[in-house]
Design a protein. Structure first.
Length: 342
């Protein structure tokens, strides 16, 4: 059997697909499984023991390039590679028109995706032979598992085979040693859109409270686009122990492995921390923590209880409101107490 998994992006969504792919590999140990993924996120799956290969696509780059000839050549090459593999089944976890089209181009006899009422884009289901209704009111990981259960796979436990790259591990360790950081709280203030992010003022106030009460350093990390906001947080906090540590995606995984606690909103770093079993205090606003938040019963999710909205089209331009630094500090106390009780 040969399977193609399609989940191009983003970080958290790829992490939430890992247990389904592991379940597929466990159910069909002799199968060859490939994963179509965006080039920028390929490191999340390249060392996955259940995969035969990764098929990297650069759709982000294709949209930005000014050389249409080169772009068309790359697209044509990617299409030829996918069409030449002859998969027995293609599983589209993303539910977009472009991912449905990729599934259709593979010429597989079975193209499996979610039922049309959960597609992110109308028309994606046109490309599927099998449309699977996800379980209602369940975590997105369980919804993803429904697609492989349709093929006969199941999972008693969730596996997250994130990469353990020796180079990334050394780089993260060196970055921490350079700033004399040992035990630390990892904070990721970023997010896909503003309404999912706590304000810099709140993070600065929280860092001051953490420094006054706990002995650990605070490590802030984020994408290059978030550096200015992180610098603003550090300036406003006037902290002696808070530091910014630049990290690639692989180095972020290595940092998360070393963290005593993670604090942040609904964003890729949080989902990485959850997959690694790092204790978490999560901050949620327009998205539903029950659907895509941390899944350990020991973790704490604080929510503003806004109307649930997982789309960017109706995003607010205001930072996440309704959660105070004092509430987060209390949650940190409680979460760390649970660590010591375990």
């Amino acid at each position: 059997m040969r399977f193609l998994v399609i989940r191009l992006s983003s970080i958290g969504d790829i992490v939430h697909t890992l247990p389904a792919v592991a379940a597929l590999g466990e159910a069909f140990p002799a199968a060859e499984i490939s994963w179509a993924v965006e080039k920028r996120y390929a490191c999340l799956v390249e060392e996955n023991p259940y995969l035969k290969r990764t098929e990297t696509l650069d759709t982000f780059g294709w949209r930005k390039r000014r050389n249409p000839v080169k772009t068309l050549r790359e697209i044509a090459g990617s299409v030829r590679a996918l069409r030449g593999e002859r998969y027995d089944a293609v599983i589209d976890f993303q539910g977009l028109v472009k991912t449905g089209l990729i599934a259709r181009m593979c010429r597989s006899p079975r193209r499996i995706g979610f039922a049309k009422w959960v597609h992110r884009e109308p028309g994606a289901g046109f490309f599927y032979t099998d449309q699977v209704p996800p379980p209602l009111g369940k975590h997105v990981i369980e919804q993803n598992l429904a697609l492989v259960e349709h093929l006969g796979a199941s999972a008693n436990t969730w596996q997250f085979p994130l990469p353990l790259n020796s180079g990334d591990e050394r780089s993260a360790e060196a970055a921490l040693e350079k700033q004399n950081i040992r035990e630390f709280i990892l904070v990721s203030p970023g997010g896909g859109w503003v309404a999912k992010r706590w304000s810099p003022e709140n993070y600065a106030a929280l860092i001051g409270k953490l420094e006054a009460e706990f002995p650990w350093a605070v490590v802030l990390t984020g994408s290059p686009a978030e550096r200015a906001e992180i610098a603003e947080i550090l300036r406003a906090s006037s902290s002696r122990r808070a530091r910014y540590v630049s990290a690639t995606l692989g180095e972020l995984i290595a940092l998360a492995r070393r963290a005593s606690l993670f604090i942040g909103g609904d964003t890729g770093p949080l989902h990485i921390a959850a997959a690694l079993g790092v204790p978490i205090v999560a901050l949620y606003g327009p998205t539903d923590s029950a659907r895509n938040g941390p899944f350990s019963a020991e973790d704490i999710s604080l929510s503003t209880r806004q109307p649930v909205n997982h789309t960017r089209r109706s995003k607010s331009s205001r930072f996440l409101e309704g959660i105070s630094p004092e509430e987060v500090l209390a949650a940190v106390r409680e979460r760390m107490a649970r660590v010591h009780e375990a």
